[in-house]
Design a protein around this ligand. Structure first.
Ligand SMILES: [Cu+2]
Length: 184
């Protein structure tokens, strides 16, 4: 009985993270009170919020570190496929290895399945002040914008098993600057 309850809480916690979005789940340095997502069934809300709050207060130890870079000054990722373990704590570092003369700024944004184009459009509207990212339920995790020669990291809980698209939401980049994150 107890074991089943723990499993439920863990599952609810992950769902809550996905539903709540990137801000509260991915940036341990700026914890925020979890908000109630309208998509969350009412019966699960209190458990999910409690579990999510506990998780944010004490983020898991980093279990996997990933580094990703653009392909030089091209608008492609050098790595087009990443693999993570579902539910594990992952630290991703975007090293913008583009040249400081002709390179572009980039960010790394992990999106819910089927939403990458919407996230790119929303990001453009969010503007540079928000790193070209509109945080919301479609954004699972994202880094800040990294100028050429700099890097930006994000620590997040890997989403439930499935295939996810990551993009750069700097205006115009997402159409070519995308890849697949496989969670299993
Ligand atoms: Cu970019």
């Amino acid at each position: 009985m107890l074991r089943r309850r723990i499993l439920f809480i863990a599952t609810a916690s992950i769902s809550a993270c996905i539903a709540i979005g990137a801000t509260s789940c991915t940036k341990s340095e700026t914890p925020q009170a979890p908000t109630t997502s309208p998509a969350q069934p009412a019966a699960q809300t209190s458990v999910a919020q409690t579990a999510a709050a506990a998780q944010h207060a004490a983020p898991g130890k980093v279990e996997q570190e990933i580094t990703i870079s653009p392909d030089g000054d091209n608008l492609y990722w050098a790595t087009k496929k990443l693999e993570v373990k579902a539910g594990s704590t992952v630290k991703l570092t975007l090293k913008n290895t583009a040249s400081t003369t002709a390179g572009m700024p980039h960010n790394w944004v992990l999106t819910k399945p089927g939403t990458d184009q919407q996230v790119a459009t929303d990001g453009m509207q969010a503007g540079e002040d928000h790193n070209w990212v509109a945080e919301g339920p479609n954004v699972i995790a994202h880094t800040a914008l990294a100028k050429p020669g700099t890097e930006a990291s994000v620590t997040f809980v890997a989403p439930p098993a499935g295939e996810y698209t990551y993009i750069c939401t700097y205006p115009g980049h997402a159409t070519t600057m995308n890849g697949k994150l496989i969670s299993k």
